[in-house]
Design a protein around this ligand. Sequence first.
Ligand code: UD1
Length: 328
Amino acid sequence: MKILITGGAGYVGSATLRHLVGAGHSVVAYDNLKEGHRGAVEGFCELVEADILDGDTLEKTLRDFRPDAVMHFAAATYVGESVEKPEYHYRNNIAGTQSVLDAMRACDVSRLVFSSTCATYGLATDEFLSEETPQVPASPYARTKLAVEWMIRDFSHAHGLGFTILRYFNASGASPDGQHGEDHRPETHLIPLVLQVALGQRKELAIFGTDYPTPDGTCIRDYVHTSDLASAHQLAVEATESGKGDVFNIGTGNGASVMEIIEACRAVSGNEIPTRIEPRRPGDPPRLVAVPKKLKETLGWDPQYASISDVVETAYRWHRDHPDGYPD
Ligand code: UD1
């Protein structure tokens, strides 16, 4: 297939892009490089450096490349930032997605895979979250993603768009060959921050809240390896048909608390990890763990990384060998 990937230079977009190229698909990355890295794409495919809000360039790219499908990763993703600057998240995520859908319609591209998030379940109280769990987003970021899910369904109903919505749990890890990993600037994600402390690149880790209603008082997340996210995307894009739509969780079904992540990083690195306790971070739900059954049963997804120590080990090697991330 020919696939255009918005946000193709980002963490999950570039992992997916590399996986798709390896599987024989032809891809073009579309990224404004505000948060993505040229080095994450270089040597794999063409990169169009432009913004999704630039409808003219988006349409020109679609007309030139004539893809069978679009994978739409490009988005503002920092939860804390979304509380401070909701306008930035609403513009990028909602207006940005409308721009993508408008360009697709104008160019007769009728298949979409969309990156949604477990954050749309937010404050849902189920211990394990299935696709049917009611969505109760707890942050502006999560509300933009939920709004876009509805936008996609409405476009499908009105215009025959075929779609697959993928609700990721926490993307994590690095490629086993050590060439691809997490590089956010500034870094706000737990595993990279803990590993940077373990490697002496940071002084200590701030634990955001120890008074959550969880066994050790810290938040629980379901950390899913980017290689497994990438393979789920391949299955999703190959299964997406014009006029039809579906939604899948991508998670492992195993939860790990902030304390358990710190312990896994200590064990992998062999180093102590100094911490300090801070108040809860606004917008953080206590527990988000997937039921990944539907993706496995419907699309035959076969994740390779089940244990948090395997995930952390790949991330540890990436951060040890690339203390400054990608060279750009
Ligand atoms: C969030 C979103 C997720 C989104 C991702 C991308 C939610 C529930 N999830 O993941 O959908 O795709 O951002 O940016 O909103 N923590 C600390 N100290 C730190 C950093 C984090 O204690 O220095 C804690 C957080 O409070 C949280 C956990 O670690 O409980 C994981 O945080 P993080 O890695 O930032 O991911 P999420 O916020 O869960």
